[in-house]
Design a binder for this molecule. Structure first.
Ligand SMILES: *[C@@H]1O[C@H](CO)[C@@H](O)[C@H](O)[C@H]1NC(C)=O
Ligand SMILES: *[C@@H]1O[C@H](CO)[C@@H](O)[C@H](O)[C@H]1NC(C)=O
Ligand SMILES: *[C@@H]1O[C@H](CO)[C@@H](O)[C@H](O)[C@H]1NC(C)=O
Ligand SMILES: *[C@@H]1O[C@H](CO)[C@@H](O)[C@H](O)[C@H]1NC(C)=O
Ligand SMILES: *[C@@H]1O[C@H](CO)[C@@H](O)[C@H](O)[C@H]1NC(C)=O
Ligand SMILES: *[C@@H]1O[C@H](CO)[C@@H](O)[C@H](O)[C@H]1NC(C)=O
Length: 673
């Protein structure tokens, strides 16, 4: 770790943290890294050669787009005038960490978490530990489309924790039923015993024989680590998906939630009966109708979270070959580099978050990402997604959301925050950390650990689309400032200097930056000079020396109209094009962001033989949530053979890759602390 321009005493606790970390790194890890570096080089050479004809897993799509032109003239100065809390407009409700969590598709559980409760993926634990270090805990939803027809069984024919019955899949986008054993719940529990992960699960709603085993076993095994049970996933799509007859509406759904709540009155459900998450509506039902139905008000004692789900766009036509418009990612990359787009997306929920406040319930974005049906290659897996997700997260915070879960889908999607290696290459390749994982870490540091941070959009620089800024207040004062620069200019001509005017006298501020050479770059993202490297490069621990910049400020005084003296300090902070800077106005603002919890890390220390078959499951692509009516119609009609809509639609083949296994590497957990 190197902390620049800084009295080492100031960062004594930071240093201690680092020494603990060093202590945990053993020699075998160094060897691993060298091996990985060689592998990375050959992997990137192979990738470069095949961009035009890439047919591999979506998660490693090497396509690089062209950045939108930087604005002319360039913004080179942004004035930020901070005010005490009483004068700052638009502050959110008090927010606590974690704000960003993960929604991990249930069907990819074995790939992501590990094969069973005694075979946990070490890089996954490290990735969670990094978040815990900053946010105290991680919230993960084990669920998604595939939770709806999941069934708990005593055992699977393949002896595994999860099996998917592809024989009963009838349509392209039909959700294959998942049969899972109670081992999955033990696995989640064992993860929580190693890193502080809290879980959301979902009661299957594919039909009204609500299979309650997940609530029974979830509550029995996970106890307080189970923090919510979703009652239905996107019920507004149920008629389109053939799960309910025509005419199914908000009131019908409300009746079903009532039935589940009735079942939960049984004593065995004591620990989960007040943890319901509802309504998880996407985009078909009018939200005001849902709030007007009394669903929340009449079941207030049972409900823990009010939820919605949303993707801003979809890539369904390209992935499934429907006759909807195939979106060329190059045409929409600008939508992910514009503050106004983020505001439009989130402001849609402003009246709903106010409603949630009247009900004293947290409002959660239960599943989201850059685009449904797997995301856009070149956007979802590029630095653009880091900046976008961070702006989106802060905009949700400002708009009084309490949490948001970023979706993880496995090998077949582009937008993963992290991707486990395909099992047949895990002997030498490791995990791939995506751009929005960095956003999760940065968001955790931005919100901080006080539990009462309040966020305001500053509408900076005349509400400029490319240079948004937010302030985060703690108590009565601004504590942190978040500065974005969406422009790309490798000459430095669009870097800007924020002139931050802070109330009171301060000598200096500390700055951490999130950087990449270009917005379109797929690898080479750095947070305070630390990175998780290129594809297949990560064991879940940050690499590189931490660099925190110190910026000296200039105090000044002025005379107010009433004759009193006003003291303020001016701090000049540069923000690269493209990039993001988090400015800590006080030492405690920095301490709160990353010193509260020492990191526990886990090293990969043993090899075992592994054998598995990977199969791409279309339902992990989260097909349901895009905005393209044609696609939704297609999805509803062809998947389930209902009438209408399918005429003229090319029915694509399901992409199923059977991956034959070489000797793989398993990772056996060895706890180093
Ligand atoms: C867990 O998975 C590993 C790797 O596949 C296997 O060796 C081990 O026997 C499994 N343990 C149990 C209890 O199933
Ligand atoms: C719901 O899922 C269960 C478990 O996969 C399955 O047995 C049942 O047939 C499904 N119901 C409908 C209506 O498809
Ligand atoms: C993991 O789960 C198994 C049950 O499947 C249990 O026997 C074991 O003690 C657990 N390990 C930890 C570390 O919690
Ligand atoms: C967030 O909630 C606060 C407190 O109720 C309110 O003043 C503010 O206007 C809300 N913000 C938005 C963007 O709706
Ligand atoms: C960033 O970290 C690398 C090590 O990965 C180090 O060589 C480099 O000097 C660091 N940058 C700065 C500005 O300290
Ligand atoms: C892994 O599986 C993929 C897909 O079948 C194949 O293209 C690749 O060559 C395999 N890699 C190894 C190292 O076996």
């Amino acid at each position: 770790m190197r902390v620049t321009n800084l009295d080492p005493m100031v960062f004594a606790s930071l240093l201690l943290n680092f020494l603990l970390f060093i202590d945990q790194v053993n020699a075998s890890v160094t060897v691993q890294y060298q091996l990985q570096k060689q592998q990375q080089m050959s992997a990137s050479i192979a990738a470069t050669a095949s961009v035009a004809t890439y047919t591999g897993e979506a998660a490693y799509n090497p396509k690089v787009l062209i950045a939108p032109p930087a604005p002319d003239p360039a913004t080179t100065n942004v004035q930020i005038n901070l005010a005490p809390t009483v004068q700052q407009a638009g502050l959110s409700i008090p927010l606590k960490n974690p704000f960003f969590g993960f929604s991990i598709e249930m069907s990819v559980s074995a790939q992501v978490y590990g094969k069973n409760s005694s075979f946990i993926n070490v890089p996954f634990l490290n990735l969670m530990a990094n978040v815990v270090e900053r946010a105290g805990e991680v919230h993960i939803r084990c669920g998604g489309n595939t939770q709806e027809s999941a069934a708990m069984v005593d055992s699977n024919p393949n002896g595994g924790m999860i099996s998917k019955d592809y024989s009963s899949v009838t349509g392209t986008t039909n959700t294959p039923p998942i049969d899972y054993t109670v081992e999955l719940i033990y696995l989640l529990s064992n993860i929580s015993s190693l890193v502080n992960v809290k879980w959301f699960l979902g009661i299957p709603f594919n039909d009204t024989n609500f299979r309650m085993q997940i609530a029974q076993e979830g509550s029995r095994i996970l106890g307080d680590n189970l923090i919510g049970m979703q009652a239905g996933n996107e019920p507004d799509f149920y008629t389109r998906f053939g799960r309910r007859p025509e005419g199914y509406d908000v009131n019908a759904y409300k009746g079903e939630v009532g039935q589940v709540i009735e079942i939960l009155q049984d004593p065995q459900y004591e620990k989960v009966r007040n943890k319901i998450i509802t309504p998880s509506v996407a985009s078909e039902w009018n939200l005001q109708d849902v709030w007007d139905s009394g669903l929340i008000q009449e079941n207030a004692n049972s409900i823990a979270y009010i939820s919605v789900e949303r993707y801003p766009a979809n890539n369904c036509a390209a992935v499934f070959g429907t006759n909807g418009n195939v979106i060329n990612p190059q045409d929409v990359i600008g939508d992910y580099l514009a503050h106004s787009k983020v505001r439009d997306l989130v402001s849609f929920y402003a009246s709903s978050t106010l409603f949630a406040q009247t009900q004293s319930k947290p409002f959660i974005m239960f599943e989201t990402n850059t685009a449904s049906c797997g995301g856009f290659p070149g956007i979802s897996n590029a630095f653009s997604a880091s900046l976008w997700a961070l702006d989106y997260g802060l905009q949700m915070a400002y708009t009084n959301f309490s949490e948001a879960l970023l979706h993880v889908g496995g090998q077949s999607v582009v937008y993963n925050p992290f991707t486990a290696p395909p099992t047949n290459v895990s002997s030498f390749h490791q995990w791939t950390v995506g751009p929005i994982y960095y956003s999760v870490l940065v968001m955790a540091e931005t919100i901080g650990s006080s539990g009462s941070a309040r966020v305001a959009d500053l509408f900076a620089n005349d509400n400029n689309d490319q240079t948004p800024a937010y302030v985060i207040h703690e108590g009565d004062s601004p504590a942190r400032v978040a500065l974005f620069n969406y422009a790309e200019d490798t000459t430095g001509g669009h870097d800007y200097t924020a002139t931050i005017s802070v109330p009171g006298t301060i000598d200096s501020v500390k700055v951490k930056r999130l950087t990449s050479k270009t917005v379109t770059q797929l690898n080479g993202i750095y947070w305070a000079n630390q990175t998780f490297g290129v594809n297949f490069a990560s064991d879940g621990r940050p690499m590189g020396d931490l660099v925190v910049d110190i910026v000296t400020c200039t105090p000044s005084t002025a005379t107010a109209p009433d004759g009193s003296t006003i003291t303020s300090s001016t701090c000049l902070v540069t923000v690269p094009a493209p990039g993001f800077a988090l400015v800590f106005l006080t030492q405690s603002a920095l301490d709160e962001s990353d010193n509260a919890h020492p990191t526990e890390t886990f090293a990969t220390t043993a090899y075992t033989k592994a054998h598995n078959t990977l199969t791409v499951d279309p339902s992990v692509l989260a097909t349901s949530n895009g905005q393209d009516a044609t696609v939704r119609k297609y999805l509803g009609s062809t998947s389930f053979g209902t009438a209408g809509g399918a005429v003229g639609v090319r029915v694509p083949g399901v992409a199923v890759y059977a991956v034959s296994m070489a000797l793989g590497v398993g990772m056996v957990l060895r706890r180093l602390v």
